[in-house]
Design a protein around this ligand. Sequence first.
Ligand code: BV8
Length: 232
Amino acid sequence: MQSAKNIVILTGAGVSADSGVATFRDAGGIWAQYSIEEVATPDAFSRDPEKVHGFYNMRRAGLAGVEPNAAHFALARLERELAARGGRLTLVSQNVDDLHRRAGSENILAMHGALAEALCQFCRHVVPWTEDLSAETQCPDCGSARGMRPNVVWFGEVPHHLDAIAMALAEADMFVAIGTSGAVYPAAGLVAEARSLHIPCVELNLEPSDNARLFTDRRYGKASEVVPEWVE
Ligand code: BV8
C-alpha cells in the first residue's frame, strides 16, 4: 500500500460492525428481520410511509451511543497521510451512519445517503433529521405536506456521486473494498471497473465476499484489526 498515492476505498456495513452497528446479510442481519420490499424501496414509502419512517427511526436509535472503531480511525489517518505526501484518499461509503465523518474522514462520498438527513421528495430539499419528523411533516422549503422522507438511496433509486466515484477511480492507483458483501450494485461493480484499469484491488473483510475472486490481494479478519494493520 506504501507506494499507492491515489486510493479509492469502498466501505460497507462490515466496517461499522465492530462499533456494534448491525450488518445486512450476516446471520440475524437487518434483511433477515425486515423485508427490503417493505422498508427500503420507493413503493414501500408510498405504500406505508409510517412503516418506513419507523424502520429508519429504529436504525437511527441503533446508532445512539455508538462510536467509530479502529477501522474508521485508521482510514481517517490514512487520508491525512496520503494528503501529506500529495496523494488522495476517496472514501466511497455504502453506509448511512456518520461514523467515518466522526472518526475524522473528510473526502467521503456517501453513495447511499445519510440516516441523519431528511429529503423532501417533491423539491429535493435536504434538512437534518429531527426526532419529531414524520411522514406528516411539511417541507420547510416548498411547504409540501407529507413530503419528507429519509435521505437514503433505496433499491431501484440511483446512488449518489456516481460521476465523482468514476472520476476518482479513473485517477486511482489502488482500489480497496472493506466490510462489504459485494451483493449490491452498482457499488459491487466497482472492483470490476478497477480491474479493467489494471490497478491493485484489495479486499479487507471478515470472510470472502461475493466477488472475492476479482481482488488481487485479500486480508480476512475483523475490520477493527485488519484495517489498522493494513494501513500501518
Ligand atoms: C440502482 C441504503 C439503477 C438504505 C441500500 C446491476 C446494476 C445496477 C443495479 C442492479 C444490478 N443488479 C441488481 C440491481 C438492483 C439493486 C441491487 O443491487 N440489488 C441486489 C440486492 C441484487 N441495486 C439498486 O437498486 C441500486 N440502484 O440499481 O439504480 C441505476 C444504477 C446505476 C446507474 C443508473 C441507474 C441501489 C442500491 C442501494 C440500496 N440501498 N442501503 C439503507 O441503508 O437502508 S443497500 C444496503 O446494502 C446498504 O446500503 C448496504 O451498505 C448495502 C451493501 O451491503 P453491505 O454494506 O455489503 O452489507 P452486508 O451486510 O451485505 O455485508 C457486510 C459484509 O461485512 C459481509 O461481507 C461480512 O462478512 C462483513 N463483515 C461483518 N462483520 C465484519 C465484517 N467485515 C469486517 N469486520 C467485521 N467485524
